[in-house]
Design a protein around this ligand. Sequence first.
Ligand code: ADP
Length: 170
Amino acid sequence: MHINAIQADITSLNVDAIVNAANTSLLGGGGVDGAIHRAAGSGLLSACRQLGGCATGDAKITEGFNLPARYVIHTVGPVWQGGERGEAALLASCYRRSLALAASVKARSLAFPSISTGVYGYPIGKAATIAVATVNAVLEDTSGVESVTFCCFSAEDFTVYQACLNQLSR
Ligand code: ADP
């Protein structure tokens, strides 16, 4: 198993599946969601329309259409409301459900964006800690997924994820 962090545009990655930080409608939005829909083309929106939305903490899967990635896993992170509204459990659930879906289609490499830390306002340090710990626990346990990349958009986020990953390997 292999876990790393990079700074990149997730739509450019040559992995089996990328994760989208979507909203409950699954009908597109801003941030990484908008970028993924733009790069995948209109087929992605048509496929998402068939899914009937997605609950917070859950995930659904489509093909990747024009993306280099074969699949897109759409997950809905929690909106940060101060931390006492179950946000941590919901965020961990996004990572677990996404890994389970990736394994179900035999995707071996998977890339995550920093779920909930954009418009949804989740503090980056807290979110990255949950992301790294949850993925590490699943990969150590059972999962067909062999390689997970945390795809950070900003240099600041990349530094935070790197620090969390360094904690793991100590
Ligand atoms: P959320 O609503 O879950 O907070 P956002 O899309 O607003 O989702 O932000 C999630 C993260 O995705 C943020 O760190 C944002 O900078 C990042 N992001 C935006 N565009 C891209 C992209 N093309 N590739 C990777 N990450 C991106």
